[in-house]
Design a protein around this ligand. Sequence first.
Ligand code: SF4
Length: 91
Amino acid sequence: VNVDEYLALNKYEVDEESAHIELAEDQDPAEFDKLIMVCPAALYKRDEDGNVSFDYAGCLECGTCRIICGDTIIKKWENPGPTMGVEYRFG
Ligand code: SF4
């Protein structure tokens, strides 16, 4: 079993009305690239044209992005509300 298969076991209750992570408007590309490398759920992305994107819906709530870049990119990082967020199905 590889990591992707383990991640697929998780269940997510996405809070559509309130993102628990919000990014700043102006993002230092070098800082963003750090997030692309460290996020275990691969939620920070850069496409072939250099456009960046982020989707909080599959967040594992590990906090790594918050530690890596502090407030240089992330302007809000909170735990999802009660019953929201990831529910681990393995381990
Ligand atoms: Fe990715 Fe972890 Fe940050 Fe969620 S908390 S976006 S899983 S690095």
